[in-house]
Design a protein around this ligand. Structure first.
Ligand SMILES: *[C@@H]1O[C@H](CO)[C@@H](O)[C@H](O)[C@H]1NC(C)=O
Ligand SMILES: *[C@@H]1O[C@H](CO)[C@@H](O)[C@H](O)[C@H]1NC(C)=O
Ligand SMILES: *[C@@H]1O[C@H](CO)[C@@H](O)[C@H](O)[C@H]1NC(C)=O
Ligand SMILES: *[C@@H]1O[C@H](CO)[C@@H](O)[C@H](O)[C@H]1NC(C)=O
Ligand SMILES: *[C@@H]1O[C@H](CO)[C@@H](O)[C@H](O)[C@H]1NC(C)=O
Ligand SMILES: *[C@@H]1O[C@H](CO)[C@@H](O)[C@H](O)[C@H]1NC(C)=O
Length: 520
């Protein structure tokens, strides 16, 4: 305190421009020099320590990886979907994985981290927001991993919007006490709420408290006039994006979230040393490179890496790489188990507090019943899987859209739509990029992997389609989904030959039919 009060005085000494430095000032200068050097060496020590911690962790992580890497393309006994929040993984879960796996094959999820032990069950599917460190609890050599990566800017903005959306649902309550009481009641029942799931366990209550405080403030003030309709900067209604990004919670959980999750270093990690490694990387940006390398190797070793942005191609790749293997592995199970499955599914379905809980079940199970029958009889193909998926996401998106609109009504005029993201100022976008520097690099890398895999699978499909001419139209559609023009031209001659063969086939068929008509 005393130094602070003396400081302006010292500045005044300088400002006067007098050459005489009083003795106290000299002493202080000497003292601060000494202090600076002490702090400097401390920081160095700290850096050295951090460097060792991070390097040790990186070495042990990559050595564990090596012997798993050999056969990454074949689906193992257990599929672990490492679901990075806000990457669109929910649609994969509901519209692909739930169609491919019976709910009895799903591993218990880790809402109770202390007692979580997926090894116990004979499960085949684990879809969770848990980070990579959960692998320590899984049979590593019999586990395939898949994930979806998204542009970090979009991921961060979506995290903000979703925090607001879920928190705003609680505004039906007259006050925070009553809202919190309601969510603890939900917790006691069988339904799993968003609030039980990391990272929402932290992000939603934080935002909820903030929304209630702002609403109370508005009540006290009386009339509130909102001039600017930018939902990312509307102090009166909700926490501005800028403030959200700067908060310690965002640093703990959101920034570089994908990299930390893929490396098992999140705030929710099972690994005890994870927190020190993460803190070191957050403190010394240069150490991030080690983490990034581990993250890249992890992506390399995964069975499937999708991109939120390349939605259609990602879905098609999933169906061809993962879906096809699950389908060919699927042992027909007895039909009686099925009806039971559907009922139990409802109680596990993740549901948020508030209204229309049953929406999602409705959206998926309508189309599901027939398809599951097909899958179980071993008759579902990659093509039908894609059809089911398309139908399912339409339902899911619709119900999600309705929920969002209903929730955001409570903080009107704030509203998030496709168009509003252009309202985020450029400096804030820059800020997100720099706070998520590792995720920016990882996203670039994921795009490279995706392009390679997509090309590989497309080539494979071409060669299979040569064999089975009957399936030609659908295969062509899959392969040419969204390829670059260049590749398309290279493939054109082959496609033309296939098309000719197909036409010939149709022609012959048509003739045969005509002749049979003549016979009658
Ligand atoms: C909160 O709302 C509930 C339900 O209306 C009411 O019983 C309670 O007194 C309120 N609490 C406060 C602190 O206003
Ligand atoms: C994780 O982050 C939340 C939110 O900032 C914090 O409250 C919690 O203590 C953190 N947990 C760990 C293990 O660091
Ligand atoms: C669910 O589907 C049933 C019948 O298909 C319909 O009656 C019901 O209204 C639907 N529920 C919701 C919440 O959409
Ligand atoms: C289920 O299959 C039957 C016969 O195969 C068909 O008539 C019915 O429309 C199908 N239902 C759905 C929801 O696809
Ligand atoms: C599989 O599909 C084919 C043609 O769609 C049909 O003839 C066959 O009966 C089906 N098999 C089963 C077990 O449903
Ligand atoms: C928010 O935007 C959506 C999409 O444009 C619209 O359907 C909805 O009515 C809007 N909500 C409010 C409260 O204005």
């Amino acid at each position: 305190m005393s130094t602070r009060s003396r400081f302006p005085h010292n500045i005044r000494v300088w400002n006067r421009g007098t050459m005489k430095l009083n003795p106290i000032w000299k002493l202080m200068a000497l003292g601060s020099l000494l202090l600076a050097s002490v702090i400097g060496s401390f920081a160095e020590l700290d850096f050295g320590h951090c460097e060792r911690v991070v390097k040790n962790w990186a070495d042990s992580s990559s050595s564990r990886e090596e012997h798993v890497n050999n056969d990454k393309r074949s689906l193992k006994d257990l599929l672990f979907f490492l679901h990075v929040p806000r990457t669109g993984g929910r649609t994969y879960f509901h519209c692909f994985l739930r169609k491919l796996y019976d709910s009895s094959e799903e591993c218990p999820r880790s809402y109770d981290k202390l007692h979580f032990n997926p090894r116990k069950e004979k499960c085949k599917l684990l879809a969770t927001h848990d980070d990579y460190s959960v692998m320590a609890k899984l049979p590593r050599e019999r586990t395939s991993v898949m994930t979806i990566v998204r542009d970090p800017i979009a991921r961060v903005l979506s995290t903000y919007e979703f925090s607001v959306e879920v928190a705003a649902r609680f505004l039906v309550h007259p006050n925070l006490t009553s809202a919190s009481r309601m969510s603890s009641r939900i917790r006691k029942s069988n339904v799993i709420s968003t609030l039980d799931i990391w990272p929402w366990t932290y992000l939603v209550p934080w935002m909820r408290e903030d929304l209630f405080a702002r609403r109370d403030a508005r009540k006290v003030k009386g009339v509130v006039i909102i001039e600017d309709d930018n939902p990312y900067d509307m102090e009166e209604m909700l926490m501005p994006l800028r403030k959200y990004l700067d908060a310690p919670t965002a640093h703990d959980i959101i920034h570089n979230g994908a990299t930390f999750q893929i490396t098992g270093l999140t705030n929710n990690s099972y690994l005890s040393e994870a927190h020190e490694v993460r803190h070191c990387v957050q403190k010394y940006k240069s150490l991030g490179e080690h983490v990034l390398q581990v993250a890249k190797r992890r992506l390399d070793s995964m069975l499937y890496v999708g991109l939120t942005e390349e939605h259609r191609e990602s879905a098609s790749l999933f169906a061809n790489v993962v879906g096809s293997q699950v389908l060919s592995q699927g042992v027909p199970s007895d039909a009686t188990a099925k009806t039971k499955t559907f009922r139990s599914e409802a109680s596990v379905t993740i549901s948020e507090p508030g209204s229309d809980k049953s929406n999602i079940q409705n959206g998926t199970s309508e189309v599901a019943s027939n398809i599951t029958t097909e899958a179980k009889s071993g008759n579902m193909t990659v093509k039908t899987l894609m059809e089911v998926y398309e139908g399912c996401i339409t339902h899911l998106r619709k119900s999600q859209g309705t929920r969002r609109a209903n929730s955001l009504k409570r903080i009107s005029p704030a509203n998030f739509t496709k168009g509003t993201r252009t309202r985020v100022p450029r400096e804030v976008i820059q800020q997100i990029k720099s706070l998520n520097n590792l995720d920016v690099e990882l996203f670039k890398y994921a795009k490279e992997i995706f392009a390679k895999e997509h090309e590989l699978v497309s080539k494979k499909l071409i060669s299979t389609s040569k064999r089975s001419i009957g399936d030609l139209p659908s295969e062509i559609r899959n392969v040419f989904g969204e390829m670059g023009d260049e590749k398309l031209w290279k493939l054109l001659p082959m496609a033309l030959i296939l098309l000719l063969l197909f036409l010939l086939f149709l022609f012959v068929n048509a003739r045969r039919r005509r002749t049979s008509k003549v016979k009658i």
